[in-house]
Design a protein. Structure first.
Length: 133
């Protein structure tokens, strides 16, 4: 199935969903994920392997972590070639003073926002969707 490319359609249909739990960023010098840790995001950089993992797994594995986040999934199936969705979402969250780390999956975009402001971020995105219809 081909993802949506039209920005107005993407924004109106994004249906932000706050996933349960707290997620954290950690980095490892090596390239192997510790036993018992199931990352939701991995990024390989020259400096090390970045993982986004559920906070309880980081704690249980003794991982040092940063940025406790809420995970929001935009439920619209966006094309990887779509233009403007990340910019529009980032601008709306910027205007609300909410930081955001965006990860594009094949089917959906995923946002990691400060955990304490995750519910507010969903409201901001719902308002953006309503304005875009």
């Amino acid at each position: 199935m081909t993802g949506e490319r039209d920005l107005r359609t993407l924004l109106h249909g994004m249906r932000p969903e706050l996933r349960p739990g707290r997620y954290v960023y950690t980095t490892l010098a090596g390239r192997e994920t510790p036993t018992g840790v199931t990352p939701v995001v991995t990024v390989s950089e020259p400096e090390g392997l970045t993982l986004v993992v559920p906070e309880p797994q980081a704690v249980a594995s003794g991982l040092t972590y940063h940025f406790v986040a809420g995970w929001i999934t935009l439920r619209v199936h966006s094309a990887l070639e779509a233009v403007g969705l990340t910019a529009a979402v980032s601008l709306a969250l910027t205007d609300a003073g909410i930081s955001c780390n965006v990860v594009a999956g094949f089917h959906h975009d995923h946002l990691f926002v400060p955990y304490a402001r995750a519910v507010e971020a969903v409201r901001v995105l719902e308002a953006l969707a309503a304005e875009s219809g």
